[in-house]
Design a binder for this molecule. Sequence first.
Ligand code: AMP
Ligand code: ZN
Length: 488
Amino acid sequence: MQLKIYNSLTAEKEIFKPILEGNVGMYVCGPTVYSNVHLGNVRTFLSFDFIYRTLMHLGYKVRYVRNITDAGHLTDDGNVENDRFVKQTRLEKLEPMEIVQKYTVDFHKVLDMFNLLPPNIEPTATGHIVEQIELTQKLIERGFAYESNGSVYFDVLEYNRRGLNYGELSKRNIEELFANTRDLDGQGEKKNPQDFALWKKASPAHIMRWNSPWGEGFPGWHLECTAMSTKYLGETFDIHGGGMDLKFPHHECEIAQGKACNDAAPVNYWMHANMLTMNSQRMSKSTGNYILPMQLVTGENDFFEKPFHPSIVRFCFLQAHYRSVLDISNDAMIASEKGFIRLMEALKVLNSITPDDTKQSGFSFQDWKSKAYDALTDDFNSPVLIAHLFEAVKYIFALKDEKETISSADLEDFKSTLNAFVFDVLGLQAVEENNYEKLDQTLKVLIELRNQARRSKNFELSDQIRDKLLAEGIELKDGRDGTTYVLN
Ligand code: AMP
Ligand code: ZN
């Protein structure tokens, strides 16, 4: 079985050859912990969790590193005064490290809720200031970086003058880039507008600051990932992942830093996960088109008609390939819930099937198994794998109705393969007795009874229904389009 991975750098599906046979080094850019993660962020981390789980299932020993960005990630406009941590510190009247702790805890809670496995190493930018200063010094010594007014910048033109190719990942032409960029960040400090900061001088307002050979300052965002990935995985490692939007400039800069420091490309396979949209618009905090993961699970939101169990959200996400855009909607979630319930029912039914070694089955289990593995190894094709799972579901119900048979050897193999796909690889969790759907139906009945009580002016009864549900942690909300509920 050969694993094929789509490499964003070559724009081709390639046969995966790890540096060290049987081992994989994988680095994924982590969150910037200055606010709560939204559901879009979760999709990217979930995509890589599925990739991590698949690699392990295929027998690789994986070292998975995912960082926490807790310093130095400036806003897109590049203005130091708009540093995300500094702004949030002012807004919440907290110490920067209180902000970091608060949102790191939230991040872990959210990923835990969706059953993501923790990475093997989760390094922080602030824990690797020394390494970042060392890298900056090395880049200056090698002639790829220069100091200017207490800040240090990477010299993109010099990089290209030496035959290296800035723009190779995002397929951008350097001349075009120069023509289209205004210098918002460097305020005249940079030689060229495309030069990016390795170290920034701290203004008096900047609270997070460290001593360096260039005075007090803080590291540039791109440098932390080079420092941490190479420290834990080596100067060249197997897989680097992140959301599509990080391709440029973040990952482009990482390639440049790695090549300039070590004369070698830092990464063999670049992998980029596509975006989550809601109502066909990219999910993002800045536009307000976002939902927090917990709001989808409790039902406290204006987008979805009911709450959904985290495993159903996970299932919905995996029904799209990691390189495709996924649009989340009420209908998509309802459809995922139905599919999920049927899949879980089939797994239960399978446990009660009696094998029959005297008859030949019309369903070739071994054929099915090899097709399922083909999907998994074809650039981690979760939607095709799930389509195969539903063929298996059909077969299981045919077995139950005695329209099909299975041999005892195949039955054991079938059970263990299916369980491995569903629980280990897709990372789904059984939802006990489908409580979510039953609860939803029950609550709809109660809401209708309450409406009837109100219509007949029996407010004592209608208030009683509302208050008793509230005491059980279920809040009824009356809106223009009727009554909905929120699970607290
Ligand atoms: P940030 O904390 O902003 O650095 O983002 C963390 C991760 O979430 C990055 O890998 C982003 O690419 C990813 N991300 C941001 N918005 C979305 C979205 N709408 N859909 C999927 N991934 C996203
Ligand atoms: Zn990164």
